[in-house]
Design a protein around this ligand. Structure first.
Ligand code: NAD
Length: 362
């Protein structure tokens, strides 16, 4: 198969971690007979320096012309002084809007080798944590009418929460499709005991479930879900939820897995083209020192293969290689246990090379 990938290295550790992911993709291409070609895109601080714009229109167009986008991270103190509309992060917001990605998908997976990094009790972690949160990204309370008015001599703030059936249906479909590619269990999270928007959410999800008889749909109230994620995260496989609930739950979920450097995410819309990135930022404090953890970005590339290119074997191959390297005891500094017992400290480039050495065609 031939695929064109728009590559945004970005700022800080972005170029270091993205380069490792590209080398992993190149090896996958050789092993499985695919041709990945890369189109470089400037975004963020580096684009401001070069073009005076965090995402020049032609750069956005390169992303829209690609089969998917792999992104490192943007931002850093160097650009703190630039006006708000020109900040590096504005490039990312413009990219998401331009690509019309309305679904953010963030896995919460604990690697057994890193179990001690989780703040949860070992007996809970031992049951396994491996689920994904599909969060609606462009609707809900963050995008409703916001106002502060004067009433009876005091300020009153109003934030409107609205969802249309079509907005719910399109994110619901991503939830069902994601569940289909995993264990076929989908948990829809809302607050239907209080909110009209949640009652509509629940109704649409159940209508949709008739089109997905192979996927088992359950409902859960968001407050209960927040509790269950720390009580027994092993019960979840795919969670689908609205924007603000997903924002909060996905941070809770990433925390229980232990390390920010390990977690990828994808953003998807109506087409198969997606935006794939690690969840962390540009880590300017460690940039250029070859100590960043590239695994979140390498796993983002694996997500791209699974969800945009329909290459599940290739994605499994990358995830197995990551697991093998962790089992061999190799750790970047962020995931090295305090006593470093049985572990070998590795740099960013070495971690990439070790993962490539462990890629075995399944
Ligand atoms: P950050 O995620 O960049 O860093 C937080 C901490 O985690 C730092 O100590 C950093 O060294 C560490 N860290 C992050 N990724 C790591 C990795 N792969 N390996 C090892 N350690 C890692 O968050 P921050 O410091 O709040 O933000 C730094 C810059 O990144 C800011 O300009 C911010 O706006 C930007 N940012 C960008 C994105 C993005 O591009 N998607 C996301 C968040 C923050």
């Amino acid at each position: 198969m031939q695929k064109t990938i728009a590559v945004i290295r970005g700022d800080g550790i972005g170029p270091e971690i993205v380069d490792q992911a590209l080398q992993v993709l190149n090896r996958i291409g050789t092993l499985y007979g695919h041709e990945f070609t890369y189109a470089d895109v400037d975004m963020g601080g580096s684009a401001i320096d070069k073009w005076g714009d965090p995402l020049p229109p032609e750069m956005l167009q390169t992303c829209l012309d690609s089969d998917s986008v792999l992104f490192g991270a943007v931002g850093g103190p160097k650009w703190n002084h630039v006006p708000g509309s020109m900040r590096p992060e504005k490039g990312l917001l413009r990219l998401r809007a331009g690509m019309e990605v309305y679904s953010n998908n963030r896995p919460a997976k604990i690697w057994p080798q890193l179990a001690s990094a989780s703040p949860l009790k070992p007996e809970i972690v031992e049951k396994g944590i491996d689920f994904i949160i599909v969060r609606e990204l462009t609707g809900g309370i963050y995008f409703g009418r916001h106002d502060t008015v004067a009433e009876n001599g005091e300020a009153v703030a109003i934030d409107q929460l609205r969802y249309s059936e079509s907005e719910i249906r399109r994110i619901g479909r991503i939830g069902f499709e994601t569940a289909r590619k995993r264990s076929k269990r989908l948990c829809s999270v809302e607050k239907s005991n209080v909110l009209d928007s949640s009652r509509l959410w629940k109704k649409v999800m159940h209508q949709l479930s008739e089109e997905y008889p192979d996927v088992a749909l359950t409902d859960m109230l968001v407050d209960n879900c927040a509790m269950q994620i720390v009580k027994d995260p092993s019960q979840f496989d795919v969670i689908v939820t609205e924007n603000m609930f997903g924002d909060i739950l996905s941070d809770e979920a990433s925390m229980i897995t232990g390390s920010i450097g390990m977690i990828p995410s994808s953003s998807l819309g109506d087409s198969s083209r997606g935006l794939y990135e690690p969840i962390h930022g540009s880590a300017p404090d460690i940039a250029g020192r070859d100590i960043a953890n590239p695994i979140g970005t390498i796993l983002a590339a694996a997500m791209m293969l699974r969800y945009s290119f329909d290459m599940p074997r290739e994605a499994d191959c990358i995830e197995s290689a990551v697991s093998a390297v962790l089992s061999q005891g190799y750790r970047t500094a962020d995931i090295l246990p305090p006593d470093a017992a049985g572990c070998t400290l590795t740099g960013c480039r070495d971690m990439g090379r070790l993962i490539i050495d462990n890629l075995k065609k399944g």
